[in-house]
Design a protein around this ligand. Structure first.
Ligand SMILES: Nc1ncnc2c1ncn2[C@@H]1O[C@H](COP(=O)(O)OP(=O)(O)OP(=O)(O)O)[C@@H](O)[C@H]1O
Ligand SMILES: [Mg+2]
Length: 381
């Protein structure tokens, strides 16, 4: 793919707008939950109980117990098409085929398209998100080291090539972001796209949602859950930025809710560093000077995706008086948007700062510096 980034997807904000439109049931009957009979038929074994363990506007997740003692997880997609269901289902086997040491993917067991549901193995361990709240520093750092190593290995095995940052596609996507920018922020964005245009990035299939809530860790094994229902060829740094921004959001939440828990905050920062170090070390190549700015830019795009989703949810819960529980608590929805706006402003500042480190003259292809030693510190400031 060298030299041609035409097929690289950068339309994540636009996709979020489409997803928001799909949130509305659009006259369709609400999807019924699968029954015990459904589960029994799916596995050819009698299901004896089923407990809802998670629900949001996209999915319902159940723990299903079978008569022979077997337990499975059922996931029902509330929005999306049958094609998306089949694609997500197929992803479990596809990811397992990557054969990355210490990475496991739950085995997909059976599918029931009429209820847009599939059954899968139970993944062992706790999510990194849970460890952020209650794991020891050692556990959290170990888990994030594993996550950084595995993400880099996934990318290495899925790299199709490298090409200049697809700034035009990024600009088109940013143009649909549901935010107001100050003149300075607009200038930062324009200058970022101009300055970063010659930077080479690795591209290929991405996971898209590699984050603490979708990674469970158990005895040096990382279970990856919640695979994408859309396959995307994208910029590989996307998932790195997504994991990092998700960790940082947890860190900020902790600062606001428990300002005295300094040791916990230090543990999260240490874990973020460990994630980054493991990722960079596993990629085992010099990091381009523009790495830092590109990741800030992708994080901004992610924030715009979250804002789009959040505005969509608010529009629906506002209309319906907050009656759709799966869309989240109405108050939490109201609070999220201002916080995302604060994050946006913060990210713009980081991006502007990082851009100053890049010379005005375009980077020569292949120009590299050991970014880790110079720029890493600023990420955690
Ligand atoms: N195979 C599994 N084994 C164990 N737990 C699972 C499994 N699949 C899902 N879960 C649990 O259900 C939660 C939600 O599942 P999943 O991530 O697939 O859905 P989601 O709608 O994206 O939720 P979230 O937004 O929290 O990530 C996970 O965080 C995890 O705790
Ligand atoms: Mg998930």
């Amino acid at each position: 793919m060298n030299g041609n980034c035409a097929v690289v997807a950068c339309d994540y904000i636009q996709t979020a707008h489409r997803r928001v439109r799909d949130m509305e049931p659009s006259g369709r009957e609400p999807l019924e939950a699968p029954s015990l009979d459904d589960y029994s038929q799916m596995l050819g074994e009698q299901a004896v109980s089923c407990t809802l363990i998670g629900e949001n506007w996209r999915n319902r997740v159940y723990r299903v117990q079978f008569a022979g003692g077997r337990v499975a997880i059922a996931k029902q997609l509330l929005v999306g098409t049958d094609e998306m269901l089949q694609r997500q289902y197929a992803q479990y086997a596809d990811l397992a085929r990557l054969a990355i040491p210490n990475l496991k993917v739950p085995q997909a067991l059976a599918i029931l398209p009429s209820k847009r549901t599939y059954l899968m193995e139970v993944a062992a361990g706790e999510t990194i998100e849970a460890l952020i709240g209650r794991g020891s520093q050692e556990e959290l750092v170990g888990a994030c080291t594993l996550a950084g190593t595995i993400l880099a290995q996934m990318e290495l095995s899925q790299t199709k090539g490298s090409c200049p940052l697809p700034v035009e596609a990024l600009a088109r996507d940013f143009a649909t972001a549901p935010w107001r920018l100050s003149a300075r922020q607009r200038q930062t964005l324009t200058s970022a796209l101009e300055k970063l245009a010659p930077s080479q990035v690795n591209v290929g299939q991405i996971y898209y949602d590699f984050k603490p809530a979708n990674t469970l860790v158990h005895q040096d094994v990382l279970y990856l859950i919640d695979p994408p229902d859309i396959l995307r060829e994208g910029i590989h740094l996307w998932d790195f930025g997504l994991f990092r921004s998700s960790m940082r959001r947890h860190l900020w939440r902790l600062m606001v809710r428990f300002p005295l828990r300094r040791r916990r905050r230090a543990a999260i920062r240490r874990a973020m560093e460990a994630f980054q170090q493991a990722y960079v070390a596993t990629l085992d190549r010099d990091i381009p000077r523009s790495f830092g700015a590109i990741v800030w830019l992708l994080e901004l795009q992610r924030t715009a995706v979250l804002m789009t989703m959040q505005q969509g949810k608010l529009a629906i819960t506002g209309d319906r008086d907050g009656t759709r529980q799966s869309l989240g608590h109405p108050l939490a929805n109201q609070v999220s948007l201002p916080l995302l706006d604060v994050e946006k402003q913060w990210l713009f500042r980081q991006l502007a700062r990082e851009l100053k480190r890049i010379p005005i003259k375009t980077l020569a292809p292949g120009e590299v510096v050991l970014w880790l030693s110079t720029a890493a510190a600023s990420f955690w400031a």
